[in-house]
Design a protein around this ligand. Structure first.
Ligand SMILES: [Zn+2]
Length: 77
């Protein structure tokens, strides 16, 4: 119980860049790891919190770029 309380409520209040877990509740509902500067709210990086989702998205991106390079100009698809 103490460990749970510690993990949920007793987080460090970092001045500067920290990793945060966000839930895009009103959008894609994805859990994200956001690297945010607490001083100016600048977002440095965002990635899916779940490794499986990250792999799927990476594969999709790879597939898109593979398809783009497979389609040569002047050829019919
Ligand atoms: Zn989203």
């Amino acid at each position: 119980m103490d460990a749970w309380h510690e993990a949920v409520f007793a987080r460090e209040n970092i001045r500067g860049v920290q990793l945060e877990t966000w839930h895009h509740l009103n959008g894609c509902r994805m859990w994200l790891i956001v690297e945010r500067d607490t001083i100016n709210h600048e977002i440095h990086a965002i990635r899916p919190a779940h490794e499986g989702i990250a792999k799927i998205l990476k594969n999709r991106t790879n597939m898109k770029s593979a398809m783009k390079s497979a389609i040569k100009p002047g050829t019919k698809s």
